[in-house]
Design a protein around this ligand. Structure first.
Ligand code: PRX
Length: 648
């Protein structure tokens, strides 16, 4: 979103209040803000005690900046909270998931079913020698076994690391190595865009080279495609499950026991393994899910469209909703297969009441046309949510009018892989909504917008978004690299967490997110690092130098645009078009399709300062077709002209 448009939006604010009926029935009212302001730690302790603790805690927070321990002397089992607890309360027959495969096959899984599945799977993992503290990599599509795998790990205290199914073998291997995974859980293949997409071969390639410590690959049968089989490693999920003991008793784990590692892009080439632990994470995931989406578990049907390979799939498909005993919808494959009617027919079929998706998806629904949603009965919807990037007001209005019947509150939720759970968001029964603003910090969360010197910026001015007190679901460190944890998030402002986003606060206290201030791009709500793609490009034999920027893109928010200088001996060996196509393909196979540049420009030179630093700002201007900014610090001003020629 451009700053200019934010200016005009801030000036002519349109506000949308909740209907009286919604406000009356909402779970959370203003008292939560007051309660949290009065005693923040007591507020969180109360939220924590809404969960089941095997042993209660006596200490809420131990804060030795930048390291926090929440509820540390308590014992909790995350899977027990998401499963057994509901069955024991008499809700075993409640549907946990209405699941639909892309070809149209359907499964209904109750809390009792999922509990039984996870108990068996916990026993399978134990029989493979997975112990508390070991790591398990999960490389699965959106099938119920993915949820079961995460919960089975949590149940026995194994730390999972899920890897998005679109990532390449190299990326999968990097994560397996960094986490030192003992077991990988995958499937033969799955359905996507009307075809079977093979997954197991990626694991085979990833594990080809020795040097890893993977002892077993557990393979779910889904795509029924032919796969290679390695008797030393591979085990069919259904065989192992048939042989497994059905009973498993969940033990309490230390509140700070590592629950999962999730890799995300940073400003350097190497993804960071964000570590989340158990008690604090589950407390905030469960509370925010309930409060932000106004979840009444007896009646609501929640559909978060995120993949479990991303943090949103962790916190708002698995842990938050399941801790709250929520009925959910889950789907394999894409929204336009077999037809773009699919999501709306599913909302009608299951009576979805709360729908949570990304602005990029909303923009693609807009593009395809309102006749598709209008072909289904969406009257069950009462709350809409968005996440991952700023939502442009046009998309906001469309979402509200076409999907939300002009009345459903939209919760624009700001958070990060690192924060573990939602931090800034409206509360749907209270907040007067302003399209384009994520409104205010949730109860118990302290946000400050600072300048470079660490001083609060005046109202209306842009600054750096920081979180000024520790929060329960915060990351605890970067796996295996505490120094990088300190440097990335804390060195700038001491005991205040630096989020990497720019933000403004207006006179009414509404927060407006302004996008990343570092070299991290946001493509379709997914985080990509310029450095990671640059290092992939220079890894290609023909590339001498590369610079990557995120350029504004109508469909995807930002798009990857690369500028590449070829090595001299390659400059003649293919045409410019061939070279550009080759490099786009190279990045897609090296990192994954999501990183494929929208454009690669082969250029004679890159704009640099006299000290040799690439001026990305200029490249961004060029990529977005803007007047280029100040060039006085350029070492050689003719470079820009030469690039412009090439881009014509
Ligand atoms: O720039 C912010 C943007 O997404 C980044 C976090 O990305 P990731 O860790 O992949 O997590 C995405 C899902 C939680 C943030 O630093 N972002 C996320 N939500 C919003 C947002 N930007 C504006 N508005 C949002 N609601």
């Amino acid at each position: 979103m451009m700053n200019e448009s934010i200016d005009s939006l801030m000036n002519e604010k349109r506000r949308f209040a909740p209907t009286e009926e919604f406000a009356r029935n909402a779970l959370v009212d203003e008292s939560h803000y007051a309660e949290a302001a009065d005693d923040r730690l007591e507020f969180w302790a109360k939220r924590a005690r809404e969960l089941h603790w095997h042993e209660d805690f006596t200490e809420v927070l131990d804060w030795q900046p930048p390291h926090a321990k929440w509820f540390q002397d308590g014992k909790i089992n995350v899977a027990y909270n998401c499963l057994d607890r509901h069955v024991e309360a008499g809700n075993g027959d409640r549907v946990a998931f209405y699941w639909e495969g892309e070809p149209g096959d359907k499964r209904t899984i109750t809390y009792a079913d999922m509990t039984a599945e996870v108990k068996r799977l916990a026993n399978v993992l134990l029989s493979m020698g997975v112990k508390k503290g070991d790591r398990v990599a999960i490389y699965l599509p959106m099938i119920p076994e993915a949820v079961a795998s995460m919960l089975a790990c949590a149940r026995i205290g194994a730390t999972h690391t899920t890897v998005f199914g679109g990532f390449s073998p190299q990326n999968l291997r990097m994560r397996i190595d960094d986490a030192d995974a003992k077991v990988v859980i995958t499937c033969d293949g799955f359905n996507r865009k009307g075809k079977v997409f093979a997954l197991k071969p990626t694991v085979d390639t990833a594990l080809e080279k020795p040097g890893h410590n993977v002892e077993n690959v557990l393979v779910v049968r889904r795509g029924e495609n032919e796969i290679d089989w390695n008797d030393d490693l591979d085990v069919w999920y259904h065989d192992a499950m048939a042989d497994a003991e059905p009973e498993h008793v969940a033990e309490g784990m230390e509140a700070e026991h590592p629950l999962f590692i999730l890799y995300t892009s940073g400003t350097t080439g190497n993804p960071k393994g964000i570590l989340h632990t158990s008690g604090g994470y589950l407390t905030q995931a469960a509370y925010t899910h309930k409060a932000v989406f106004d979840i009444h578990p007896e009646t609501d049907v929640f559909w978060c469209t995120a993949d479990i390979g991303w943090v949103t799939g962790h916190s708002y498909v698995v842990y938050g909703p399941m801790a709250n005993g929520t009925t959910q919808v889950m789907n394999e494959g894409t929204f336009d297969t077999p037809t773009p009617h699919r999501p709306w027919q599913m909302i009608e079929r299951y009576g979805v009441t709360v729908f949570y998706t990304a602005p990029t998806a909303i923009r693609s629904f807009m593009k395809i046309g309102r006749e598709y949603p209008q072909g289904s009965d969406l009257s069950s919807i009462r709350v809409l949510g968005t996440v991952g990037e700023p939502i442009n007001p046009e998309a906001w209005m469309w979402y509200r009018e076409v999907i939300g019947a002009g009345t459903a509150p939209i919760v624009d939720t700001w958070w990060q892989t690192e924060t573990g759970a939602i931090m800034i968001s409206p509360l749907p029964g209270i907040t007067e909504l302003t399209p384009g603003s994520a409104e205010r910090a949730l109860p118990g969360i302290d946000i400050e917008i600072l300048n470079e010197k660490g001083e609060p910026v005046p109202e209306g001015q842009g600054g750096l978004l920081t979180i000024s007190s520790p929060w329960p679901a915060m990351l605890r460190t970067i796996w295996g690299d505490d120094k990088r944890y300190q440097e990335t998030y804390w060195d700038k402002f001491g005991d205040k967490y630096f989020a990497g986003d720019g933000a403004r606060i207006d006179p009414e206290g509404d927060i407006w997110l302004l996008g990343r201030v570092d070299d991290v791009m946001n493509v379709s709500g997914h985080r990509l690092s310029t450095a990671e793609i640059e290092s992939s490009l220079v890894g290609h034999e023909s590339t001498a130098e590369a610079a990557v920027v995120g350029a504004a893109d109508e469909a995807t928010g930002q798009a990857v645009v690369a500028f590449v200088i070829l090595k001299e001996r390659f400059a003649e060996s293919f045409s410019v078009e061939e070279g550009e196509a080759l490099l786009r393909k190279h990045v897609a196979s090296d990192i994954g399709a999501i990183a494929r540049p929208r454009q690669v420009f082969i250029v004679p030179d890159l704009p640099k300062t006299r000290s040799g630093k690439i001026m990305r700002r200029l490249l961004r201007d060029l990529a977005e077709g803007r007047e280029i900014g100040d060039t006085t610090t350029l070492a050689d001003a003719s470079v820009v002209k030469a690039i412009q020629e090439q881009m014509r």
